[in-house]
Design a protein around this ligand. Structure first.
Ligand code: ZN
Length: 291
């Protein structure tokens, strides 16, 4: 089960392969170009957070993790090894869908050990000017996101989803990342978006979209939900809680994760016996090329 592509920000070519992992091991990235050095997808390894979320351990970088981690949450994968031979994950089509297809092609195996959830017990709210993010106690995992983007196609959009019954696959996984022609040169000057193309990003012009059609009329806010789910995966556990974000971004998403983990009175670990971990199944048998 593998794919190849380029990193959105680095433009670097990369091969990615997803392998099964034992129960309780979580998601672990492995740099096969650096003697198999491993970086766990957990909050303590979060490094640079600006236009994407990056992990770093002992100077080894794993960049733009959010779309794949989002796909793992959306498909119920708790444990996997992700091998890559460069510093950034491939952007593929700009959504989580190609990763979902990779995972589904390999198949998913339930593990015997019961899954551990992180159940929110008390609310936590973070605010920064007119941006905010909060998490509240709930029996399921749901996300609500509001954006307010000064563009005739976007403006104020809110999207709410409960991550159950295939909702992630139907409503979130296909939503692509987006950027505007006006911001392009600024980002390039910052050394970012070297791998961007009309095939991996919705390109906004002053009044419309350069590469239609959109997959959803409100694809933009749905992609923010996708990013948020991927960043909250750095908690290392499936969540039972309701997340509400307003104009937040990767920095606020990951701040919520580290604040939660620091205060053990905000949550508890709980297991649900009838539930089982899921891991990708026999990856080598289903090797396929994507992107
Ligand atoms: Zn994204």
């Amino acid at each position: 089960m593998e794919c190849e592509g380029v990193g959105l920000h680095s433009g670097a070519p990369v091969h990615l392969r997803i392998l099964p992992a034992r129960a309780g091991s979580g998601i672990v990235f492995r740099r096969v170009d650096l003697d198999g050095f491993e970086v766990e997808a957990v909050s303590r390894n979060v490094a640079r957070v600006s236009y994407a979320t990056s992990l770093m351990k002992k100077g080894v970088l794993i960049s733009t993790t959010e779309h794949l981690l989002s796909a793992f949450i959306g498909t119920g994968i708790d444990n996997a090894i992700v091998e890559l031979d460069n510093l950034e994950l491939p952007i593929l089509d700009g959504s989580a869908w190609p990763f979902v297809e990779l995972i589904r092609k390999a198949g998913i195996r339930k593990q015997r050990r019961p899954r551990t959830y992180l159940r929110i017990r008390r609310e936590l709210e973070l605010r920064e000017g007119n941006k905010s993010i909060a998490i509240y106690p709930a029996d399921t995992y749901s996300v609500s996101y509001t954006i307010n983007f000064p563009h005739p196609l976007i403006g104020k959009e809110t999207f709410r989803v409960e991550l159950a019954n295939g909702n992630y696959l139907r409503e979130i996984a296909l939503a692509r990342t987006f950027g505007s022609r006006q911001d392009e040169q600024t980002l390039r000057n910052m050394g970012l978006i070297r791998g961007v193309s009309r095939e991996n990003c919705i390109v906004l012009t002053r009044n419309g979209v350069e590469n239609p059609p959109l997959r959803f009329a409100d694809e933009f806010v749905r992609h923010k939900v996708l990013d948020l789910i991927g960043d909250l995966a750095l908690l290392g556990k499936q969540i039972l809680g309701n997340v509400v974000a307003d104009r937040a971004g990767h920095a606020m998403h990951t701040a919520l994760v580290s604040r939660l983990l620091r205060d053990r009175t905000l949550w508890e670990e709980t297991t649900v016996d009838e539930d089982r971990h899921e891991v990708p199944l026999t990856v080598h048998a289903a090797a396929g090329q994507l992107a």
